[in-house]
Design a protein around this ligand. Structure first.
Ligand SMILES: Cc1cc2nc3c(=O)[nH]c(=O)nc-3n(C[C@H](O)[C@H](O)[C@H](O)COP(=O)(O)O)c2cc1C
Length: 407
């Protein structure tokens, strides 16, 4: 059978319906598997033959049907609302916005952001299609919470100073946390070092409004300030709390009166013990510090260079993840982020040892372009791409992704 003929025998209505649910690539494979049965059906209902899609319609379907059109509209609206802070480039790779911090770029030369993208791009997926993986298991349970897929929204914030101010922090966080719920996953809330406490409380209210289905991150402030915020997080009903320990640099020097600082293992332990919530240490890039976080009692780490926004010239997260995972896989939850733009990127991080991935800039675009629905659309698109990539690498479960799928 030639490429492009795989819709033969499948009614257009069924194809569109399944494309919306599974993503077109998965449908193409389903089509291969069920061609015989569907061809029989088509024989019985000859009128459907005349309803075959035109080439233009078929292309739209393969790109994701109505969702693809909506996605384009959301990105267009995002471009209008985020410009000039973010140009919503066709490929979000840190080049056009290098050095735009505050803003949406990477700090300094922008190298750390770009390194995230390049480190992922250097790894390739090994395509395998002689197997029986047709509908991969996407489910992932995080501290008792069942997620439809292991892609979460990262904590981002600063709608005025980073994103241009066309929407406020309240609208933004509602889009992130609520949009994640609509997509079947959860989102994180950030803490801005310069933000008044009331802004943090706004973010926590968004988590409370979604019955606590969200995670709250706190800047590495003084111990006393962190513990004060941990109490607020607990009151919101959030699933987990953590600190972005890598925010111990520039912001500390820039803002008099607000202190952020690196933490010792003993200080981390004090924070872990101050709460019954799972505690996350975000911003780990070395094996020894991952081990220290574990020894301090952390329930999770985020292998991350903060989207390249804190220190110039760090490696990409994909370069450091394998060694960290080799040491700690199964001993605590390993999240990884930086440069996840497609489902295939998520699959690469899972293959390198992450349990789940976080997505930053793409969900900011979704929030600005379409609120909760925009965020949900961005995440569902990635989920569909992840399903496709799993089918075409013979990966049966997001919980058992083998490194051998990478070249
Ligand atoms: C505008 C913006 C603001 C961010 N603010 C925070 C923050 O306050 N705390 C934090 O831990 N990470 C913050 N991050 C980093 C993200 O949580 C995440 O690590 C990063 O965006 C992942 O890279 P990606 O954007 O390439 O997906 C921010 C990222 C961006 C783009």
């Amino acid at each position: 059978m030639a490429d492009g003929e795989n819709t033969k025998g499948i009614s257009r209505r069924d194809f569109i319906k399944e494309a919306a649910v599974f993503g077109a690539g998965a449908v193409a494979l389903t089509g291969l598997a069920t061609k015989g049965a569907l061809a029989e059906e088509a024989k019985d209902t000859p009128s459907q033959a005349t309803a075959a899609p035109t080439t233009k319609e078929a292309v739209a379907i393969v790109k994701g049907g109505n969702d693809a059109k909506k996605y384009e509209e959301v990105m267009k609206a995002a471009r209008e609302r985020l410009f000039p802070k973010c140009r919503v480039c066709p490929e979000c790779d840190g080049k056009a916005c290098a050095g735009e911090w505050p803003g949406m770029g990477g700090v300094g030369s922008g190298r750390s952001f770009i390194n995230n993208i390049e480190a992922l791009a250097k790894r390739h997926l090994v395509m395998r299609t002689v197997h029986d993986v047709k509908k991969p298991d996407m489910s992932f349970t995080l501290w008792g919470e069942k997620l439809a897929f292991p892609i979460l929204a990262a904590c981002t914030g600063g709608t005025t100073y980073n994103m241009g101010g066309k929407i406020g922090e309240d609208e933004f966080i509602d889009a992130i946390i609520g949009g994640c719920q609509k997509a079947g996953t959860i989102g994180m809330a950030a803490d801005g070092i310069g933000d008044p406490l009331s802004v943090y409380e706004t973010r926590l209210r968004a988590i409370a409004a979604q019955s606590g289905k969200g995670i709250a991150i706190i800047k590495p402030r003084t111990q006393e300030e962190i513990i004060k915020r941990i109490r607020l997080v607990e009151a919101s009903g959030a699933l987990a709390v953590g600190i972005d320990i890598d925010s111990a640099g520039k912001a500390a020097r820039a803002l008099p009166g607000q202190t952020v600082e690196p933490k010792t293992t003993a200080q981390l332990r004090e924070l872990v013990r101050a709460t019954r919530l799972p505690f996350i240490v975000k911003g780990i890039m070395t094996v020894d510090e991952a081990v220290m976080a574990k020894e301090a009692g952390a329930s999770a780490i985020v292998v991350s260079n903060h989207g390249g926004r804190v220190l110039d010239h760090t490696p990409g997260a994909a370069e450091v993840l394998p060694a960290i995972a080799e040491k700690l896989k199964g001993k605590l939850v390993i999240f990884c982020d930086g440069g996840v733009r497609y489902g295939a990127d998520a699959l690469k991080y899972l293959a390198l040892g992450a349990d789940a991935v976080l997505v930053g800039r793409p969900v900011v675009r979704g929030a600005f372009g379409g609120g909760q629905d925009g965020v949900a659309l961005v995440l569902k698109k990635m989920k569909n791409e992840l399903v496709d990539a799993m089918v075409l690498t013979g990966t049966a479960s997001v919980r058992k992704v083998q490194e051998k799928i990478l070249a």
